[in-house]
Structure formats: structure tokens, C-alpha cells
Unconditional design. Sequence first.
Length: 135
Amino acid sequence: MTRSKRPRYLISVVAEMFDVHPQTLRTYEREGLIRPARRPGNTRLYSDEDVSRIELILRLTKELGVNLAGVEVILNMRERMERMRREMAETFETMLRTVEEELRQRHSERPGLVPVGRRGLSRRIQTEREPAGEA
């Protein structure tokens, strides 16, 4: 489990951190906006990731006047955007590895070609001079 997802804080600690009533946090959970872990005995434990999410929820509701239904839409859109960003990064990395492998393969098949940065392939120029008198 990553450090940001490891349960660390009790509801009373998180409520005090944000100067909100614990019932506010329970409401966010009931609405599905946060999902704290549970300890035996059903005690809520909040991770750093949960705390960051609560901070965003409070900023949206208190500073921007967004209602909880709007917060849910915004959070869902953020999650989808992050998932799409990760997928794009993975796709780009896969394409990059494929192109690099293809360039290596072409270079081994045609040793006269060498990679030249972003401009593609270039032919090697022979540097051996012909003996004098031959033309």
C-alpha cells in the first residue's frame, strides 16, 4: 500500500484539521465523496489521500459555493481525466519503446544507417581516401 493511501488519522483528528464537525465527514462518506478505511470496531481511518480529497471538497463547497452533487460531478471528472492522462502516458511510452526497438532493428539490419536525433536516419560517409593517382 502506498504511503498516501495508508490509513493514518481518526475522524476527530481530521475534523480538527479542517475545523469541521465530524458529522460533516460522515456526510461526505454517506454521499460517496470519500471512502475512509475501517479498523476493527468500525472506527474510520483517513489516509493522506482522503485528507487531500476532503481539502478539495471543502474548498469547492466553502470557497466556490458548489453543492455536494456538483462536488461529486467534479470529483468524478477529475478521476476520469487522471485515468485518461495515465493511459495516454502509457500509450506514449509503449510507442516510444516500439520506435526505439524498430530503429535498433533497422540499424542492425543496415549498419550503414545511423540514428541522427529527431531527423531520422542518415547514411554513414566513407572517410577512407582513395589512393593517389586513382580516379
